[in-house]
Write a protein that binds this ligand. Structure first.
Ligand SMILES: Cc1ncc(COP(=O)(O)O)c(C=O)c1O
Length: 432
């Protein structure tokens, strides 16, 4: 379903998921959690709780003289080159397809990168004086809509549901909307569902973008966290199409890959014209990535060992979730990412129950979604659990979740809306 939204940039808190979650739980004291100290367990945020490799601290201290200097907004040659080499190796790209000096821009994270991109691309009206359109999946990472609203664009959401493989089908968007579209996002692996786009879906979107002259922001920040098969990048498809990067931007960071959300280190790569213009926006209003952080980031992009370990831990966590929850609640192990998108009937009620009874904080799917034309959201029936702790901790949390949600289901029966036939079915996504 395709829905148009006018989002007021002064009311971003109305759809900011963490503000809404705070408001929901504020008045309710948390139950005692199953941890030894009874303290709350936070599974509401996609923030890896394991530490990045110890060499990060060493690299930062070695580069400490850089604290006194303003960083170049684009990134140091070493940092840009490490990002370029990583892309080339990870996606088997032809040599010379990516020139780090032209096609890569260092940014503190994909969040800042996406925001600066929207501010740069969206203010330009397409089709005469009409407000440009920003196309986004629904549900989605809230920063997409926030950035579009801040840039004064009209937001058009395309529902991502079980039926659509948990990804938006942009080929169904009417032509009059595509003509006004200036920017579109595809997140793969997606947040919150963990669905992975196959090469055909990516190629169709690139074709559409080139036909209607809009830019696609491919949010690939979960690219390194996958269950079986490494997700494809838009750059691989661009390479197959001859290597042209026009209309394509990809977004990566070390936050998920290297468990370094606090480092604030990532990059955007793609269309040379837009990389240069986004760089100008960052020069005017961005903070840049401090030089010692870029030194650590350079080393992290060059190291794969810690990434393999991280990925294995998330794979174990998913297996555990299936073992523990599987007989009680339908568990669909996603193709990528580290979140479980769990269908529980009433996501807001389940969130309240988990908090009140077991001190476990999760994110209601509705808070990551926008109302469509039916007046409901595609996330209403879901909660998102970020499985971001080590396996032992996750086992404790998941057992408590089973207990609370199992009781709800037993008491409410089908009133919860859970269809028993869905139990343990895999998603129909491109990787199903
Ligand atoms: C889909 C998605 N994109 C981007 C981000 C931003 O991450 P960062 O700015 O740390 O790279 C997040 C963080 O949760 C996310 O889930």
């Amino acid at each position: 379903m395709i829905t148009r939204h006018l989002v007021d940039r002064q009311k971003l808190n109305e759809f900011h998921p963490f503000t809404r979650l705070r408001d929901l739980l504020e008045a309710t004291p948390p139950g005692r959690s199953p941890l030894d100290d009874g303290q709350p367990i936070n599974l509401s945020i996609g923030e890896p709780q394991t530490q990045p490799p110890t060499f990060v601290a060493h690299e930062i201290s070695q580069a400490a003289t850089g604290w006194s200097r303003y960083p170049l907004s684009k990134g140091t040659p070493d940092y840009l080159s490490a990002c370029g080499q990583w892309l080339e190796k990870r996606y088997s790209l032809p040599k010379d397809m990516v020139d780090p000096t032209k096609h890569i821009l260092g940014v503190p994270g994909t969040r800042e990168g996406l925001f600066m991109t929207a501010l740069t691309i969206l203010p330009t009206p397409k089709q005469g004086e009409e407000t440009p359109i920003f196309l986004t999946p629904n549900p989605c990472y809230h920063v997409y809509t926030g950035a579009a609203a801040a840039a004064g664009a009209e937001v058009v959401t395309v529902n991502a549901t079980r039926e659509s493989g948990y990804l938006p089908d942009y080929t169904q968007v009417p032509e009059e909307i595509l003509k006004r579209t200036a920017l579109c996002v595809l997140c793969s692996p997606s947040n919150p569902e963990g669905a992975v786009a196959d090469p055909q879906r990516i190629r169709d979107l690139i074709d559409l973008a080139r036909k209607y002259d809009f830019v696609v922001a491919f949010d690939e920040c979960y690219a390194e966290i996958y269950t079986d098969t490494p997700p494809h990048s838009a750059f691989e498809i661009a390479a197959d199409l001859g290597g042209d990067l026009s209309n394509i931007l990809i977004f990566h960071s070390l936050s998920k890959r290297s468990s370094a959300a606090g480092l604030r280190c990532g990059f955007i790569a793609g269309d040379e014209k837009w990389i240069s213009m986004i760089n100008t926006t960052c020069q005017v209003g961005g903070a840049g990535v401090p030089l010692p952080i870029q030194a650590a980031g350079t080393r992290l992009w060059q190291d794969e060992e810690h990434v393999v370990e991280n990925r294995a831990r998330y794979q174990q966590n998913f297996k555990l979730a299936q073992e523990i929850l599987g007989n009680t609640i339908p568990v669909e192990i996603p193709a990528g990412g580290f979140c479980l998108w769990l269908e529980v009937g009433n996501g807001v009620q389940a969130t309240r129950n988990l908090w009140q009874q077991a001190g476990i904080r999760v994110m209601p799917g509705a808070y990551m979604s926008h109302k469509d034309e039916t007046g409901t959201t595609p996330g209403d029936r879901y909660i998102r659990l970020a499985l971001v702790y080590d396996v032992d901790y996750m086992a404790i949390a998941l057992k408590a979740i089973k207990e609370v949600l199992g009781q709800t289901i037993a008491v409410g029966g089908l009133a919860t809306g859970i269809t028993p036939s869905l139990t343990n079915k895999k998603p129909k996504g491109d990787n199903a």
